[in-house]
Unconditional design. Structure first.
Length: 136
């Protein structure tokens, strides 16, 4: 492990790539490798920009946090072009204007922990599919 860190630091010094131990650890975790110096430099810049977004968000101490994932070396534009289909339109659903009508004598909880109830499943990486896997 220490030899890997030394080799990565030596590579960064030879190629003039800024040394970022967090980026190096992230590359190992996600088995990322880049074919050219320019490609890796672009990935590092995107990673650092995403790190800034993550830090700024998490500093707000909201109920949810951001973190790095396998796409942290992509800008939003790169991610959108590579992983989002042309069907991504970002429109409100037709039922967005529905109104909840409270019925008399029915008590509704102020909040509900759907995670504790097992209704929230882990995030799944659906990746980009070139063919429909629905059997058509």
């Amino acid at each position: 492990m220490i030899y890997t860190a030394i080799a990565a630091a030596a590579f960064a010094a030879i190629t003039h790539l800024p040394w970022n131990p967090q980026f190096e650890a992230w590359k190992r975790t996600h088995s990322k490798a880049y074919t050219t110096f320019e490609e890796e430099l672009e990935a590092l810049k995107a990673f650092e920009a995403n790190e800034m977004i993550i830090r700024q968000h998490n500093a707000k101490n909201l109920t949810w946090t951001l973190g790095h994932n396998a796409f942290s070396d992509l800008t939003w534009e790169q991610f959108k072009a590579k992983h989002m289909s042309e069907l991504f339109l970002n429109r409100n659903p037709k039922n967005a204007r529905r109104v909840f009508i409270q019925q008399p004598n029915v008590k509704i909880a102020e909040s509900k922990d759907w995670v504790a109830l097992g209704a929230v499943t882990p995030v799944k990486d659906q990746q980009v599919r070139t063919r429909c896997s629905c059997g058509v």
